[in-house]
Design a protein around this ligand. Structure first.
Ligand code: ADP
Ligand code: ADP
Length: 225
């Protein structure tokens, strides 16, 4: 079962800021929106779910995996798109995906080419597969990030504030891609943009100051804002 369960998560930084203050959430398959203002604790929560940061207390499980102790197993089924990520500028998307597939252990060349081609098609990057990543626009980079994440066949895909700096056409393209994935994967979309959640997500939570304020269906919750 691909559900994510978060229980009583707390995190206080060295400067005394309580970024997570007893967060508990059950996240089903599909697109889940995490809405909150800047400083609410969204990125801290996303990094914690992505096994990149340890909380002070709490339990996170993904299906039957313990996310906080079985990090390697979780990383094998995880896709994480941080707010900003660097890409090697002097390599093409096709070449980089191919390298990553090798690292992933897909040793058969033909199989690898097929997988890479399918990912490039899916993310609408096939036509620019030979271009260096350094010339990619923000939207192209985000879509490449998704292609990279999908190489893992993720059970959990974490997307942190993806649409900052994207034009409306790119934003729509990115969203169409995400909503396709949501059917089989737990996708968590962190954002401070209400419309993002309204358009895309089947479930959501609103967090502020490290606490869950409300959770439920976007249409019902957003009407109350
Ligand atoms: P430490 O205090 O032990 O160095 P922190 O977890 O406080 O560790 O800081 C880790 C990193 O996060 C540092 O690079 C720091 O510059 C950065 N940082 C510190 N305060 C903030 C903040 N309020 N918001 C975002 N990043 C911060
Ligand atoms: P959001 O993603 O919702 O903007 P963050 O998780 O980045 O929220 O930040 C939550 C709170 O924790 C903020 O007050 C922020 O300044 C603080 N914070 C974030 N990272 C660090 C850090 N490394 N060290 C100290 N404080 C941090």
């Amino acid at each position: 079962m691909n559900t994510l369960s978060i229980s009583n998560l707390t995190k206080t930084y060295a400067n005394g800021i309580k970024a997570l203050n007893n967060i508990s959430l059950d996240v089903p398959k599909g697109m889940f929106g995490l809405l909150g203002p800047n400083g609410a604790g969204k990125s801290t929560l996303m990094r914690t779910l992505a096994t990149l940061q340890d909380p002070d207390e709490g339990v996170i499980s993904l299906g039957n995996l313990n996310v906080l102790t079985q990090k390697n197993e979780v990383r094998n089924v995880l896709g994480y798109l941080p707010q900003e990520f660097g890409l090697y500028p002097k390599i093409s998307s096709e070449v980089l995906l191919n390298h990553l597939a090798v690292l992933k252990g897909i040793t058969d060349k033909k199989e690898r080419q097929e997988i890479v081609k399918a990912l490039l098609y899916k993310t609408n990057l096939y036509d620019v597969r030979k271009q260096n990543l350094g010339g990619f626009s923000g939207g192209m980079k985000q879509r490449f990030g998704i292609a990279q994440a999908l190489l893992n066949n993720p059970k959990l895909l974490i997307v942190d504030e993806p649409t900052a700096g994207l034009d409306p056409a790119e934003r729509n393209r990115f969203y169409n891609l995400l909503s396709e994935l949501g059917e089989n994967t737990v996708v968590i979309l962190s954002t401070h943009i209400v419309d993002d959640v309204k358009e895309l997500c089947t479930n959501m939570a609103i967090i502020n100051q490290g606490r869950v304020l409300l959770r439920g269906k976007p249409l019902q919750l957003i009407a109350r804002l």
